[in-house]
Design a binder for this molecule. Sequence first.
Ligand code: HEC
Ligand code: HEC
Length: 431
Amino acid sequence: MKNLALNSTLLLNLISIMKTQNKTILFIMTSAIILFIGSTAYSPSERATTWTNQELALIQSLRLPRQWEISDPSNTYLHNPEAAKLGELLFLDTQLSRSKQIACSSCHQPDYYFTLAPDSEITLDKQVPSLLGGASFNWYMLDGSADSLWAQALKPLENHLEHGGTRTQYVQYVLNRYPQLYQAIFGYFPTQLTSSDLPAQASPISQSAGEQQSWQKLGTRTQTEINRVYANIGKSLAAYQATLWPQEARFDRYIDQISAPSGAAEKAILNANEIAGLKLFISEKAQCLRCHNGPLLTNGDFHVTVVPEPHSAAQQGRLAGIESALADPFNCLSLYSDSEPTQCKELLYSKRGVGELEGATKVPSLRNIAATAPYMHAGQFSTLNEVLNYYNRAATPFGRHNDLNALKLLPYQIKQLEAFLLALTENSTDE
Ligand code: HEC
Ligand code: HEC
């Protein structure tokens, strides 16, 4: 602060000298000031002067909280440690698939930020999103077709391209394999559900007509009992995922540094390029905060980016996604939800049926982005540089709505933004 006062007095003096001189001297003096400011702006002892109070507040809003406070009224077991334990066992268990070869962790690999490892043998037409911090979202999937983590979990389990089994298979397996643990969490279950009289595979949404018929033959009561246990499998998987959070990155440590009352005298944790990238990231010019805000650097909402070769689910996007969420028999308003209907505000009052939702996809978190290439929902871009160049052009095809505006940044600014994005990786060591 002292130095700042000194700088301002110096500046005033210089300006008053300039007034009395001719144009050439004025030019020289102005350059001197620019050099002078340039050399001090990012000097370690003056870091606090790099940011205005408003910028500082914006940056602080991006820091990871020390304690996450999340709730889901539709899942009373979200913070139940036993449910999280069962959920973890199930997350890793390949028995929870028709082929007995696929677990959630086959695609959401714990060692790769819960995304697919680059050398995985599994090939998919969609990118596998990280699950870190996912418990804080209101919506899941590219189009938001699930309104809770537990409702989401039930989708891949019966999807023929993923786990591909049926709810009847899973319910029997879990109740036979973990009867005590299940009962300790959820209480009573009808023993009839573990009986071998039940068909091995039956589901109302199976690909096989035979398995659909087997489901119809079960009768409403048994169907409801199976659905209840199936929903509890989802709630356990959600409780486990609610323990998965991104760890602090160099960026978070930098925020602490610039927030310290002294302005921190030691060397800046981010380098000049990364700081310039952060400045752009929060600026009106680059507009990233419009969609990538909060500690996970996403607003959790849906936007149209018109990225090339959209996946079929992305063509309709949120326009269809909200309708699927409303029709989901395991949504917040369903029989299997633990909440009152009035607590399902997101589901009840979300925007529907408007053109701007067509092709809108969920904004992903940018935490650990350096480690989770390729990018966009179908991996359309292989590097961050390509993503940023896309944002820079953001051409809108004729007749389409696009939430992006071409940024028209200069190549060095793209590099600065990229440098900043690389500082969002957890456990990244200081410069
Ligand atoms: C075959 C690979 C695969 C398997 C197995 C798989 N997933 Fe996924 N998961 C994906 C893909 C791909 C997406 C993105 C789909 C989309 O958004 O349309 C996804 C999306 C998700 C999401 C939404 C994330 C978000 O932010 O919207 C969650 C949560 C999730 N999966 C959890 C699970 C759980 C729990 C299991 C096990 C029951 C599981 N997944 C099994 C590939 C897989
Ligand atoms: C209008 C909203 C919006 C704005 C503004 C925006 N983004 Fe995005 N961003 C998205 C959406 C939506 C996606 C996902 C698109 C997809 O998957 O097809 C995305 C994806 C990304 C990805 C790839 C993430 C991944 O895991 O694949 C990066 C990196 C990214 N944005 C960075 C930025 C930066 C940097 C800025 C500012 C220059 C920015 N975004 C501005 C909405 C936005």
